[in-house]
Design a protein around this ligand. Structure first.
Ligand code: PGA
Length: 249
């Protein structure tokens, strides 16, 4: 049985004052049956962890370096995130693949380092609008999945998030059939590569314009084990109904 996961990606949003949203979220879901993860900017990891003492809500980073330490001005290592109180890290988000030119090979190296540091990697992949229209989406997803996911992956240290680039922040979402097609495909690929034990235990999230209004429909799709939520994770009042939809799924 895979435990469902509602993950929030705050991106470059959030100051100390925003931690009140986290405390509200934790207070609203004290003994939820699903896993909750919020990935605030790295500056808020330690204060978030402190504010949430005793809460099962997990805190994660949004990126880490592939190396464990060294002369990389401005970067953060996986162990630094862990040391600050993170238990997970988002890797290969399409915004980083686009604006930092991250390749799937780099994402795999980062995930490898993160897993070795004891962080669960939330590896993101997804096709662009152009790729969906011009090529076979499953070929794109298959290549990203096999290149971005390290061999050391297990159901505990890997989560895969399918996030079509054109659905992120746009208000557009794929049809349930389109999401289901990709998730079924990713499950089969993971089972083929890692065997049914690990392959069936890795959680698969959908991400891209998830909100209260479409959450229940998305969570009813087979092999959707939760969501990676951007904009609607910033406010407890927006994220809570999504969590409730996941609890009910
Ligand atoms: P969105 O972002 O929910 O605002 O579309 C999702 C993401 O980028 O992870």
């Amino acid at each position: 049985m895979r435990r469902k996961l509602a993950a929030g990606n705050w991106k470059m949003n959030g100051l100390n004052a925003t931690l009140a949203e986290l405390s509200a979220l934790a207070a609203e879901h004290p003994d939820t049956g699903v896993d909750l993860l919020i990935c605030p900017p790295a500056t808020l990891i330690a204060p978030a962890r402190a504010a949430l003492a005793g809460s099962p809500l997990q805190i994660g980073g949004q990126d880490c370096h592939a190396e464990t330490s060294g002369a990389y001005t401005g970067d953060l290592s996986a162990m630094m995130l862990r040391d600050a109180g993170a238990s997970a890290v988002i890797l290969g988000h399409s915004e980083r693949r686009a604006s930092h030119r991250e390749t799937s090979e780099e994402v795999r190296l980062k995930a490898n380092t993160a897993q070795a540091a004891g962080l669960m990697s939330v590896v993101c992949l997804g096709e662009s609008r152009f790729q969906r229209e011009a090529t076979n989406t499953l070929d794109i997803i298959g290549a990203q999945l096999s290149l971005s996911v390290p061999d050391s992956s297990t159901g505990e240290n890997l989560v895969v998030a399918y996030e079509p680039v054109w659905a992120i922040g746009s208000g557009l979402t794929p049809t349930p059939e389109q999401i289901g097609e990709v998730h079924t495909f990713m499950r089969a690929r993971l089972e083929h590569r890692f065997g049914p034990g690990i392959g069936r235990s890795v959680r698969l999230l959908y991400g891209g314009s998830v909100k209260a209004e479409n959450a229940a429909e998305i969570f009813a799709i087979p092999d959707v084990d939760g969501a990676l939520v951007g904009g609607a994770s910033l406010k407890a009042s927006d994220f809570s109904p999504i969590i409730e939809a996941l609890e009910a799924a």
